[in-house]
Design a protein around this ligand. Structure first.
Ligand SMILES: *Cc1c(COP(=O)(O)O)cnc(C)c1O
Length: 421
């Protein structure tokens, strides 16, 4: 059992009191939050996190889907310290910086020459999407098709919370109340529905947006194999841009560096964030093609008037570069493959032995475990067995840092088994 407030260390109590008095947490019912006793996380190492009372936990959802190589990684830490000794932030408006140049080159290097070769930096997944949306609309205005200003998105999709990104979202409990304030969006359930859209809708659409291979917030729901390839072909036939939201799936989560590589698909816009910096700093990138970029050249009114104060922040770029180095030096993707196979095995066993587990879903190193009911209670109980994660409704997310060991994976699944009962 967790200690009562009175038995806590003084500083823990102080932090919790200040939190309850002044802080407002994301996606959180504050009414019940202030009645609870939140963990105060103070330290990390590899796949482990420590709270302010000295207890340790496995980071079962990679600190909300961000962490890649583990916490407190010496190579990532050193990259930030090295950059701190040079400069922490300089404006990207009117100036270049070394780490941003290197990172843009490195990101484009994952794709064949002549495809994705231009990078626009921003701050998080939502801004990576906002940026792609604005590029997609302005591109049409500057290539003689201004009527193409709508988007096509998928039911139950999640693309972020800023107003534009939220309008592409299909999760009604998050997005419905803001629907009138967003972009014009047509929702479809899958390829079949897409093929049946009226020709006028397609003619007014700038782009289709999708989370490739698996919808994360939709309780970890994978798409049918081959669907992404079909979508690319449909987009080509209809002259609609393909926008991939790899904010969650990027940087190894699905077993390859990017999900689109599983089906050899190259989008017109690729949105990256969460894992870009190894989960260290808020930073995002929108990649696009020369064809899109070139429509913004020429007269002054073709300029892309978009950006944020911290665009291409050198600390973020430095740690992103270090994270890509670690992928190579530690052979992260190679060493991930047997761990993906182990998750398949462990989840099959869990489903066979726990009567509370209704379904398991997996895509590479991303998994969802659907329990009969009470996903939140199961996560709370798993905490007592040393695992931190969050449910999406009744689906427990299992998405640890890629560096987790096989023994630690067994501990994580065991904690869920014990918690589910
Ligand atoms: C998390 C997420 C976003 C939003 O990213 P933020 O950094 O939270 O703004 C967008 N799309 C997907 C698929 C995500 O998982």
């Amino acid at each position: 059992m967790r200690p009562k407030l009175a038995a806590m260390r003084d500083d823990t109590r102080r932090w919790i009191e200040a939190d309850k008095k002044h802080c407002w947490h994301p996606f959180t019912p504050q009414q019940t939050w202030v009645e609870g006793e939140p963990l105060v996380l103070v330290r990390g190492e590899g796949a482990w996190l420590w709270d302010s009372e000295g207890r340790k936990y496995l980071d079962g959802n990679s600190s909300i889907w961000t962490n890649i190589h583990g916490h407190n990684h010496p190579v990532l830490n050193a990259a930030i310290v090295r950059q701190l000794g040079e400069v922490s932030h300089t404006s990207y408006l009117g100036f270049a910086n070394p780490r941003a140049s290197e990172l843009a080159e490195r990101l484009c290097g994952f794709f064949p020459t002549g495809t994705l070769e231009r990078v626009f930096f921003s701050d998080d997944g939502s801004t990576a999407i906002e940026c792609a949306m604005k590029m997609a609309i302005q591109y049409r205005q500057q290539t003689g098709e201004p009527e193409r200003m709508g988007f096509i998105a998928f039911d139950q999709a999640y693309h972020g919370d800023t107003m534009g990104a939220a309008s592409l979202g299909g999760v009604s409990r998050f997005h419905e109340r803001f629907r009138r304030h967003g972009a014009p969006v047509t929702f479809v359930s899958g390829m079949e529905a897409l093929r049946h859209l009226p020709a006028e809708t397609i003619k007014d659409s700038a782009a289709v947006v999708i989370e490739p291979l698996i919808q994360g917030v939709n309780e970890m729901c994978p798409w049918p194999a081959g669907m992404l390839r079909e979508l690319r072909e449909w987009c080509d036939a209809q002259d609609v841009h393909l926008m991939l939201d790899e904010v969650m799936t990027g940087f190894g989560r699905t077993g390859k560096m990017f999900a689109c590589q599983h089906e050899e698909v190259i989008p017109d816009f690729l949105c990256l964030a969460k894992g870009l910096t190894g989960g260290y700093m808020p930073m995002a990138a929108t990649l696009t093609t020369a064809a899109v970029y070139e429509a913004f050249l020429g007269e002054a009114d073709r300029v892309f008037y978009y950006g944020h104060s911290y665009t291409a922040n050198p600390l973020g770029c430095a740690v992103a570069l270090a994270s890509l180095d670690v992928f190579e030096d530690e052979k992260t993707l190679e060493r991930l493959q047997p761990k993906i196979a182990l998750v398949v095995e462990l989840l099959e066993e869990l489903k066979a032995t726990s009567s509370k587990v209704r379904a398991v879903r997996q895509c590479g190193f991303v998994a969802g475990i659907e329990v009969d009911d009470g996903g939140a209670q199961v996560c709370l109980a798993a905490r007592e067995h040393g695992l931190l994660t969050r449910p999406i409704r009744d689906t427990i997310v299992l998405m640890p840092p890629l560096c987790i060991t096989e023994d630690e994976l067994r501990l994580a699944v065991r904690a869920i088994a014990l918690a589910a009962g």
